[in-house]
Design a protein around this ligand. Structure first.
Ligand code: HEM
Length: 408
């Protein structure tokens, strides 16, 4: 009998599609949508030559995210987008949860999770209301025509990280300035690196202070566990990195999206009670962390496709969050929908540990901004807003806004 020849594999994708459609700053690259609807798990060539995969469907990404046979260890991953001068990622630094696997990951994750308690989140909600109001007052004093990223989107989450970690009042200004240098666009790479090193150093120096005289905050609580000072400092620095730019970009891009969809902004203004679902929908629609990466630890079959041990899979969260198989009319921003099930915080054991804090911040910061300045609008045409196309985390570098000076 004649053996059937194996079906030839189509040519791999030459790389991760990155260009968003012209004039649609919130939509994922069109090519990603086409792939998701035809080949949700597709062969892809990586910039270093590796032959791996690209996953774009909501269901397949959930399966891979939840499957322990896939590793997150940085040193096992191939990068879907080349970083100049970097061929392979170095192993995760102490305290960086996203780049390690169980059992190491489990121990740190448990210790940290015990710190994101309902009581602590409630206390932080009260603080974010005050911090947001103080910054809106300052915006009003400064007057219309300013950069919303520098005036609001960045400082509010930076101060919330100070609250969470327990940074003393008189050190916060220095902390916030250094954090702004790390995330900003005006500093050189060296200035950013030295500000980041200074922040790490700052957290390291704070740990023995908290151990000697604990206060009601996360760093103090971590010093009561069996973690060493170095481990507490590592976890603190990682939280700072994980919780700042993410939330800042969600506030900035969320505000930009609402300004571009005035009927949605009006809905939020007229009923701040929809804030919870509005935030879920913005997280889904914007998907600022557009990709996750995993590598197979052994041969794994997913939906009938064999992923071989050692192969990297890129998980396109932005494609999954617009999957019509999961969300009706996925490309429409609709604050009245229930967007639960989105993957903006990831899926599986690495799912965002700070998601309750992020939600607390967004649920307060966005409605407060739009109700305080009902005439808030862009001060430049939308196509002139500088976007973070080139970054791992999408968002706006600056968001020039204005409002009627009689308001505030
Ligand atoms: C992990 C998104 C805010 C702490 C993650 C992951 C995503 C994410 C997608 C999973 C990464 C992976 O699977 O490899 C976001 C977004 C945020 C946000 C979109 C804001 C809107 C925060 C905040 C904190 C935080 C405020 C804490 C202060 C963490 C931590 C992890 C994590 C500790 C690692 C969890 C682990 O590996 O077990 N985040 N995050 N995040 N996030 Fe967030």
């Amino acid at each position: 009998a004649q053996a059937t020849a194996p079906r030839p594999e189509p040519d791999p994708l030459p790389g991760l599609p990155l260009s968003r459609p012209e004039g649609c700053p919130f939509d994922p690259p069109t090519e990603l949508a086409r792939l998701r609807d035809t080949e949700p798990l597709r062969r892809m060539r990586y910039p270093d030559g590796h032959l791996g995969w690209l996953a774009t469907g909501h269901s397949v990404i959930r399966k891979i995210g939840a499957d322990r046979r896939f590793s997150s260890r940085y040193e096992s991953l191939h990068l879907p987008v080349a970083i100049p001068g970097v061929t392979t990622l170095p192993p995760a630094t102490l305290g960086d949860l996203t780049g390690i696997d169980p059992p190491e990951h489990t121990r740190y994750r448990r210790l940290l999770a015990g710190n994101f308690t309902v009581r602590r989140m409630r206390a932080l909600t009260a603080r974010v209301e005050e911090i947001a109001a103080e910054h809106l007052d300052a915006m009003e004093r400064q007057g219309p025509d300013l950069d919303l990223v520098a005036a609001y989107a960045h400082p509010v989450p930076a101060l919330m990280i100070c609250e969470l970690l327990g940074v003393p009042e008189d050190e916060r200004e220095g902390f916030r300035n250094r954090a702004a240098t790390v995330s900003g666009t005006s500093a050189t790479a060296e200035e950013q690196y030295s500000a980041l090193t200074a922040l790490g150093e700052f957290v390291r120096e704070l740990v023995p202070v908290k151990r000697a005289a604990p206060t009601d905050d996360l760093l103090s609580d971590l010093t009561t566990t069996d973690l060493t000072d170095e481990e507490v400092a590592g976890l603190g620095s990682f939280l700072l990195a994980a919780g700042l730019d993410t939330t800042a970009n969600m506030i900035a891009l969320g505000a930009f999206a609402l300004l571009n969809h005035p009927e949605q902004a009006a809905a939020l203004r007229s009923d701040p009670g929809i804030a919870d679902q509005a935030v879920e929908e913005l997280l889904r629609y914007l998907s600022i962390g557009h990709t996750g990466v995993r590598a197979a630890l052994e041969d794994v079959e997913v939906d009938g496709t064999l992923i071989k041990a050692g192969e990297t899979v890129t998980l396109s969260v932005q494609a999954a969050n617009r999957d019509p198989a999961r969300f009706t009319d996925p490309d429409t921003l609709d604050l009245s929908r229930t967007a639960t099930g989105h993957l903006a915080f990831g899926h599986g054991i690495h799912q965002c540990l700070g998601q309750q804090l992020a939600r607390v911040e967004l649920r307060v910061a966005l409605p407060a901004l739009f109700t305080r300045f009902p005439s808030l609008r862009l001060a430049v045409p939308p196509e002139e807003v500088p976007l973070r196309d080139d970054m791992n985390l999408y968002g706006a570098h600056r968001l020039p806004v204005t409002w009627d000076p009689t308001e505030g």
